[in-house]
Design a protein around this ligand. Structure first.
Ligand SMILES: O=C(CO)COP(=O)(O)O
Length: 136
């Protein structure tokens, strides 16, 4: 089964998300991607990634992704948050991060942790496609 990854970035972090997704594009192309509205639009328009686009964050996109996660339909969340700017939908953001904690779902909220998570998932996917054998 394909890995199901949610990608979300606040406005000041969208360029970081695009750079991250470009770096892992080959791997992400093998995954089922879900994103909030504007983030998803940029991932598709600028990188050609196929993305299930939800509403924009302030219009409930974080909650939609949180709902999918609670239903067991998201394996990992990359959520590049802006810690410097108050967000109108802060309760929605907290709800999504809390859902990750409740359901023990990996949730990377900055670029450094996103690299660690994506590298690990990419390696695991490569091992799985290798029939679980160690690479030489
Ligand atoms: O606000 C967001 C996450 O809280 C992101 O929403 P957009 O991707 O639509 O900008």
């Amino acid at each position: 089964m394909k890995l199901r990854i949610a990608l979300i970035a606040h406005d000041t972090k969208k360029d970081d998300m695009l750079a991250l997704a470009a770096e892992y594009k080959a791997f992400l192309s093998t995954c089922t991607l879900t994103a909030t509205g504007t983030t998803g639009g940029r991932l598709t328009n600028e990188l050609g990634l196929e993305v299930n686009r939800k509403h924009s964050g302030p219009f409930g996109g974080d909650l939609q992704i949180g709902s999918l996660l609670v239903e067991g339909e998201i394996d990992c969340v990359i959520f590049l948050r802006d810690p410097m700017t108050p967000q109108s939908h802060e309760p929605d953001i907290n709800a999504l991060v809390r859902a990750c904690e409740v359901h023990n779902t990996p949730c990377a909220t900055n670029v450094a942790s996103a690299h660690l998570v994506l590298t690990q998932l990419e390696q695991r996917a490569a091992q799985m496609s290798n029939g679980g054998r160690e690479s030489a």
